[in-house]
Design a protein around this ligand. Structure first.
Ligand SMILES: Cc1cc2nc3c(=O)[nH]c(=O)nc-3n(C[C@H](O)[C@H](O)[C@H](O)COP(=O)(O)OP(=O)(O)OC[C@H]3O[C@@H](n4cnc5c(N)ncnc54)[C@H](O)[C@@H]3O)c2cc1C
Length: 507
């Protein structure tokens, strides 16, 4: 194949599509990323309202530490050294209306001490949980994913004795695990969230990465990451087009050959990568022509991460003494929609990100998970006045919760913004408005999804619908694997500069 002559068209300019674009360019392809929204980023986004910027995505980026898992791969797609990471001492503070509180520290030793203070009667369970974090924190995951065969073999040897432990934690949902605790605060911490059906091992991994300071929050939020990936993509000669919606994937003789856009344009390509919503790609863009019973079953049966209502508040107050992440247990449930009553609401108080508000002011967001996306979409379409009224009702309820904790805050609120599942669907097209794709439930956690579709050539899928658990790392890893597979099939070296460097020929 002649390098530079082959074209890859990428549908979707979220993190996965952008990473695929960078890898494609680095390997000598001409990549064109097509994004339906006016800006790139997909779910990894934030928006400006007056003095404030409201983040909707990033809590932490796995791979933030130079020595940590995935850091080397992030370097392949953007200059991660230009980010400043914030490492919160407290991952979350759990508080009840009655004034009780529990600090969930990022450091496992402090977490254990605090849990034991709160719940000495749960000592055995606390010790088992924190021991699992320590074990996972010490596993050589980077070698397992991307080491030389020698390092991988050594890592496998170290992993083997830990497999029963991994299976033990993978087999249990967070909801069921919460029931193991006598302490109400610990029960609620583990069991009371929109993702409680998730395997508890996802939490163990998360704390393992935090304990290793490899899951930092990037100052500037997800936009800071996306801007840097876009910069690398454009600098490498890639084309990013926004405001262009793909309507159909063109297939000739069971081979993907390009895309039709909603504006009537046709783009011909040697390879098509779908980095858009998984369901829409299979059932709409390809008209359901290339699927199997297992694909149908997956979309019919596998639980997904919830969608969410987000209430964002701009407050003219310095809140730097408050926790950055607060889970507030309510005396009375908060009714989000007819099917969703929440007994815990979580706040992010962004005092640690100076780019989100002027000095002395603070951006706050409240995340309210709901699976009732259809209600919000129908309300927005059929009854816009009630849609607005419902948004105001929820904002008022959220403010009332916050004011109980921070009296005097109401008078200092300068900006109120409410987004709903209808917003998520409108701006990203994600199925059911899901925040992260398929939920890694017990049993599905290590299930790898094919990046191809049965019977269809030259099309690969990347992003949060390809690997349970979603998140930015999934976008990176599936994009890397897709371009690696394309290079293999075309007989082209994958990441030629990196290969040259490791061979001693500095690029
Ligand atoms: C509240 C919240 C908190 C989160 N917290 C974290 C976190 O702390 N850490 C973490 O790593 N991840 C987090 N995530 C998850 C992470 O944001 C997502 O998993 C990830 O951004 C998904 O990337 P993606 O590229 O797979 O999909 P998307 O971001 O959905 O990108 C798909 C893109 O395709 C475009 N598109 C769709 N259809 C078409 C079409 N027909 N034509 C053209 N373009 C199209 C969409 O507009 C979109 O831009 C969070 C997400 C949410 C919502």
């Amino acid at each position: 194949m002649m390098l530079g002559s082959s074209k890859i068209v990428v549908i979707g300019g979220g993190i996965a599509g952008l990473c695929a674009g960078v890898y494609a360019q680095t390997c000598g392809y001409q990549a064109e990323v097509l994004e339906q929204h006016t800006t790139a980023g997909g779910l990894a986004t934030s928006w400006k309202r007056g003095d404030y910027r409201f983040e909707t995505c990033i809590h932490w980026l796995v791979g933030s530490s130079r020595e940590g898992l995935l850091n080397a791969q992030w370097r392949e797609v953007f200059d991660i050294d230009r980010l400043t990471f914030h490492y919160a001492e407290e991952y979350q503070r759990v508080e009840s209306d009655g004034g009780r509180s529990l600090r969930v520290y990022s450091n496992v030793d402090r977490m254990e001490a605090e849990f034991m203070r709160e719940a000495p009667g749960d000592a055995d369970e606390i010790k088992a949980f924190t021991a699992a974090i320590r074990v996972l924190a010490d596993l050589p995951m980077q070698d397992l994913i991307n080491g030389s065969w020698r390092r991988r073999a050594w890592a496998m040897l170290r992993l083997a004795p830990r497999l029963p432990l991994l299976q033990h934690w993978a087999a249990m949902s967070a909801a069921n695990y919460g029931k193991c605790f006598k302490s109400d605060l610990l029960r609620r911490f583990f069991g009371d969230s929109g993702t409680a059906e998730m395997s508890v091992i996802a939490l163990v991994f998360m704390f393992a990465w935090m304990n290793r300071s490899n899951a930092g929050y990037p100052i500037g939020g997800s936009k800071a990451i996306i801007d840097l990936v876009v910069e690398r993509f454009r600098a490498s000669g890639g084309t990013l087009r926004t405001d262009v919606k793909v309507e159909k994937i063109i297939v000739e003789n069971d081979v993907a050959t390009g895309v039709h856009l909603a504006n009537g344009e046709t783009i011909v390509a040697d390879w098509v990568i779908s980095a858009a919503d998984g369901h829409a790609a299979i059932y709409d863009l390809l008209g359901g022509e290339y699927k199997s019973d297992s694909v149908d079953r997956l979309y019919a049966e596998q639980p997904v991460f919830p969608s969410y209502v987000q209430v964002s508040l701009g407050v003219a107050q310095d809140l730097s003494k408050e926790p950055g992440h607060l889970a507030h247990i309510l005396g009375e449930p908060l009714q989000v929609d007819p099917q969703t009553a929440l007994t815990t609401v979580t706040f992010r108080i962004f005092h640690y990100d100076p780019t989100f508000a002027p000095p002395g002011k603070t951006a706050i967001t409240c995340f309210l998970p709901t699976f009732n996306f259809a209600y919000w979409v129908a309300l927005q379409r059929n009854d816009p006045a009630r849609y607005e009224a419902e948004k105001s009702r929820i904002a008022d309820a959220v403010v009332a919760v916050l004011v109980r904790r921070l009296p005097g805050l109401r008078e200092r609120i300068e900006t109120v913004d409410v987004s709903t599942p209808a917003t998520v669907i409108r701006f990203t097209g994600n199925w059911k408005g899901s925040m992260e794709g398929f939920l890694p439930t017990p049993g599905s956690l290590f299930a790898s999804r094919r990046q191809t579709l049965p019977g269809l050539g030259r099309l690969l899928r990347v992003g949060q619908w390809v690997s349970p658990g979603g998140g930015l790392p999934t976008g990176l890893m599936t994009a890397r694997a897709a371009i690696q597979s394309i290079c293999r099939q075309d007989g082209v070296p994958f990441l030629p500069q990196a290969t040259a460097r490791t061979n001693g020929h500095a690029a």
